[in-house]
Design a protein around this ligand. Structure first.
Ligand code: PLP
Length: 420
């Protein structure tokens, strides 16, 4: 018999094995200073394109003021206990009511964290005889929710309506045997590539197939739709989404999340979401902070307008310079380049050290081998000057990549990786 830790000593996992080359720089980097368009990385100012503070609320003076006042009044303990036992308050209820009204649903329920909330919602919505049909590119929290499901599940090709329909046919056949129902799960916006989930086309399929739709709109909430109510509003199908989810971790620049649906569904979920029933209630300072943020989201459309001015300038500028930004339909701005992992590392180092541009880097196995994905998140705090500087920097790094400079610079790294 082996010691449980043997495997850990031998294999650090798909990401952990790069720790020696990557930690502190490419992963677990420390960005310092107030959250804004420019922060400090290793002592130097960088334009930050990697923070989901879409509306620029994180360091907004009104938000900081309310956060500080709420912390002073309630501390970080209040209320103690899970919602069901002793952690329920008027303000939790008020926030739920305001969120439900904002996303045009009958009711909403707060979640301590988006991730656990998603896992539990998937878990609570299905029984053993039900079938889940979900997108292949789904976020980890959806996949973990599906992992808890004791019955059948089918994945469909990312945003591919033919594949969704094929899987709905399979699921329908199976459900007729098991006597169960079908849950389809999509994201409102896919956070890596920026495409919107095909919610309109999916909901059109409701005429042919009997299923319920659950949408994770983490990136759409606050950024899309006429009022900022998200991808469902943007595509005119909010009323056809059966269960809507959004986190406070992006546009709301905080912690926490919520689900919204018909009253009867929320009443059921409230009594069946294990991660909420058996965990401490969302802290009051976060509840008070979320009420303020929601108020700003509703009453300050100029924040969303500024965000989109920056998105359009960045995405338009990249396209004009011939960059491949894929098929984004949201603020998420991917730039695809061709190169190896060591080249990607040298390129990102150049971007950060010599051009003061900080963005996330995504490589194989998250995307196909030989591709480098630089992922940028524009926010309302960015300026058009930030955009111009970044576009110029991207033109330089592309030329250096094509000239083979990063291949040369990364020869040592490549050798070290090959001996891994
Ligand atoms: C699509 C998606 N769903 C869920 C989550 C999890 O939300 P939270 O950070 O509130 O746990 C995230 C990340 O924040 C996300 O990107």
């Amino acid at each position: 018999m082996r010691d449980l830790f043997d495997k850990i000593y031998k294999d650090k996992g798909p990401l952990g094995k790069w720790a020696a080359q990557a930690e502190g720089y490419f992963v677990f980097p420390k960005l310092e200073g107030p959250i804004s368009n420019r922060m400090k990385f290793r002592g130097k100012e960088v334009i930050t394109w990697s923070i989901n503070d879409y509306l620029g609320l994180a360091d907004h003076p009104e938000v900081r003021k309310i956060d500080a006042e709420a912390a002073k009044e309630y501390g970080s303990a209040y209320p103690m206990g899970a919602r069901m036992m002793s952690g329920h308050t008027e303000l939790h209820e008020q926030l739920q009511n305001e969120l439900a009204a904002f996303v045009n649903k009958e009711a909403a329920y707060l979640l301590n964290f988006g991730y656990q909330g998603m896992v539990s919602t998937v878990d609570a919505l299905v029984a053993k005889d039900d079938i889940i049909v979900y997108d292949m590119d789904a976020h980890a929290c959806i996949i973990d929710g599906v992992r808890l499901h004791m019955g059948k599940r089918f994945t469909y090709k990312h945003n591919d309506i033919d594949s969704i329909e094929k899987n709905l046919q399979r699921a329908t056949k199976l459900a007729e045997q098991t006597g169960g129902g079908i849950l389809v799960i999509s994201e409102g916006v896919f956070g890596m590539r920026g495409e919107q989930g095909k919610l309109k086309e999916i909901t059109d399929l409701k005429e042919k197939y009997n299923f319920r739709l659950f949408v994770d709109d983490a990136h759409g909430f606050g950024t899309l739709g006429a009022t900022g109510a998200g991808a469902g509003e943007e595509q005119g199908v909010q009323d056809k989404i059966d269960v809507y989810f959004a986190t406070f971790a992006k546009s709301m620049a905080s912690t926490g999340a919520f689900i919204a649906a018909d009253q009867e569904i929320i009443d059921y979920l409230k009594y069946n979401l294990r991660s909420q029933m058996f965990a401490k209630s969302l802290q009051m300072q976060l509840v008070v902070g979320a009420l303020k943020r929601l108020d700003m989201l509703r009453s300050m459309p100029e924040l969303r307008e500024k965000l989109w001015e920056n998105v359009n300038a960045l995405q338009g500028g990249l396209r004009k310079r011939g960059f491949d930004i894929g098929t984004t339909q949201s603020c998420v701005t991917p730039v695809y380049l061709k190169g190896s992992i060591p080249e990607a590392m040298a390129l990102v180092k150049d971007l950060r050290e010599n051009h003061g541009v900080f963005c996330s880097i995504v490589v194989y196995p998250v995307i196909p081998k030989g591709l480098i994905l630089l992922r940028m998140i524009p926010t309302a705090t960015h300026t058009l000057k930030d955009v111009e500087e970044t576009l110029d920097a991207f033109s330089v790094i592309r030329e250096r990549l094509e000239n083979g400079l990063y291949k040369k610079l990364s020869a040592g790294v490549k050798a070290a990786m090959e001996t891994e």
